[in-house]
Design a protein around this ligand. Structure first.
Ligand SMILES: NC(=O)C1=CN([C@@H]2O[C@H](COP(=O)(O)OP(=O)(O)OC[C@H]3O[C@@H](n4cnc5c(N)ncnc54)[C@H](O)[C@@H]3O)[C@@H](O)[C@H]2O)C=CC1
Ligand SMILES: O=C(O)CCC(=O)C(=O)O
Length: 451
């Protein structure tokens, strides 16, 4: 096959895809990245091309959009929009988080749901892909307001989900509090106590290690990558962005493995603490973010660290960078700065935090780059284990779940190496994750006929 033919398939596919999804730039970005990785593979395996697998995988099986009316503390009616994108169920029930954030729109949820399909396939567990959420902003809302919103959101969503159909979980703005309110309303409406959501509390069907899993997994994956160069976290300076669920447990695990985390951020700015964010300081961050729901700037005031308003942490010199906040939070200039300052490894706790030209910089410089769909798959993996425990009506110990998580992250790493190793020995984890995630879903779709 000539390279002209290869690129013309890609171009035609992307043009059609963009015409079908006008203006959805994040969705375009996610599909384009996967397509680039898959072009040669699909040309070499015409069964996938003939069955239009990529065309089908980039079209959601179903999208549900609904009105979410609720009453605020002043007695005023508020109206938000709710979504669930059910992307692909070839290898299991739809599975993926809910995001509550004012920026939520269809493009963002379709990109997240598309990524989730590949990620869930990589976990080795039987989970399809989906994602949902709302443009509701939980910031500065009281617990009562959040509860009323969640109850209204679930009143509609409950018609479309179920433990064998679609199992949502948390994402940005959706943590233990929100999952509790959502679960309570589902149970009340359906009169069923089932594993319809993951990330539940320990006492009511949740799994140990689920809160920690995404952050721990991101660090386990980075550790696996470092091992390929006979290296480890010992003595490494690490920059982390975000200060929510993923950032917190990423920091905890880096500390445990002997590295030093020197930054955290939120949407208002970042803090730099050259002495390191140790266990005591991390406890303060957890209280600040999970209970007080305050701003990261307060860390600087408490511990005398530097605070940089409206900036991101990538100008700080580091060995390892772990973006754990949101999409497109590292651009080309920032990626170049990371390399210039000696960064040797980027492992993505967030979904698609690096812009395409930032990824090009990592690959051109042959640093260790773990894309989100591989590096942050630990969260959904333990969600899968939560579903297994719910089905068995059993709870596994912390050690058991952590052992499974470690093994799954190692398996994902092995898959990336299998499909991503280039002739000169460099491991292109992006290609590896995209091809490795694709094959299992594509084979299932071929086996199940035209659905
Ligand atoms: N919670 C989970 O299990 C998983 C989460 N992820 C991804 O990890 C990332 C973080 O999610 P969580 O920690 O769960 O959410 P969270 O709501 O607990 O924390 C989000 C953090 O990102 C920061 N943030 C949000 N928007 C930002 C912006 N525009 N600029 C700078 N900072 C911003 C927030 O201030 C907060 O610190 C997201 O990309 C999410 O999709 C990926 C896999 C699983
Ligand atoms: O735990 C889950 O089901 C979903 C986690 C998630 O949303 C993600 O992996 O991005």
């Amino acid at each position: 096959m000539t390279s002209t033919k290869r690129s013309s398939f890609g171009e035609e596919f992307m043009n059609n895809f963009k015409n079908r999804n006008p203006g959805e730039i994040e969705f375009h970005q996610a599909v384009h990245e996967v397509t680039e990785s898959l072009l040669n593979f699909i040309e070499d395996n015409p069964k996938y091309k003939n069955a239009k697998i990529l065309e089908r995988m980039s079209e959601p099986e179903r999208i549900i959009i609904f009105r979410v009316p609720w009453v605020d503390d002043k007695g005023e009616i508020q109206v938000n929009r709710g979504y669930r994108v059910e992307m692909n169920s070839a290898i299991g029930p739809y599975k993926g988080g809910l995001r509550f954030h004012p920026t939520v729109n269809l493009s963002i949820l379709k990109f997240l749901a598309f990524e989730q399909v590949f990620k869930n396939s990589l976990t080795t567990l039987p989970m399809g892909g989906g994602k949902g959420g709302s443009d509701f902003d939980p910031k500065q809302k009281t617990d009562g307001e959040v509860m009323r919103f969640c109850q209204s959101f679930m009143t509609e969503l409950s018609k479309h989900i179920g433990p064998n159909t679609d199992v949502p979980a948390g994402d940005i703005g959706v943590g233990g509090r929100e999952i509790g309110f959502l679960f309570g309303q589902y149970k009340r409406l359906r009169n069923e106590f089932t594993g319809v959501l993951t990330g539940k509390g320990r006492e009511w069907g949740g799994s140990l290690i689920r809160p920690e899993a995404t952050g721990y997994g991101t660090v386990y994956f980075a550790d696996e990558m470092l091992r390929t160069r006979n290296d480890s976290f010992k003595g490494k300076i690490v920059t982390v962005s975000g200060s929510g669920n993923v950032a917190q447990f990423t920091t905890e695990k880096v500390n445990e493995l002997g590295g030093k985390v020197v930054t955290l951020s939120d949407s208002s700015g970042f803090i730099h603490d050259p002495d390191g964010i140790d266990a005591e300081k991390l406890k303060f961050v957890m209280r600040l973010k999970n209970i007080k729901r305050g701003r990261i700037e307060e860390y600087a005031k408490k511990f005398g660290a530097e605070y940089y308003a409206n900036e991101r942490p990538w100008k700080i010199k580091c060995d390892v960078a772990l973006p754990c906040a949101t999409q497109n939070e590292i651009n080309k200039q920032e990626a170049e700065l990371l390399i210039k300052n000696g960064c040797i490894c980027v492992s993505e706790g967030a979904n698609m935090p690096s812009t395409p030209d930032a990824v090009d910089v990592y690959l051109k410089n042959k640093i260790l780059y773990g894309p989100g769909k591989a590096a942050n798959a630990g969260g959904v993996s333990v969600s899968g284990l939560e579903m297994s425990q719910n089905s068995l009506r059993m709870s596994w110990t912390r050690e058991e779940v952590d052992g499974h998580l470690k093994r799954i992250m190692q398996d994902i790493h092995t898959t990336c190496v299998k499909y991503g190793k280039t002739k000169d020995g460099f491991i292109n984890y992006m290609d590896g994750a995209n091809i490795g995630g694709f094959v299992k879903v594509a084979e299932a779709m071929l086996a199940q006929g035209l659905v």
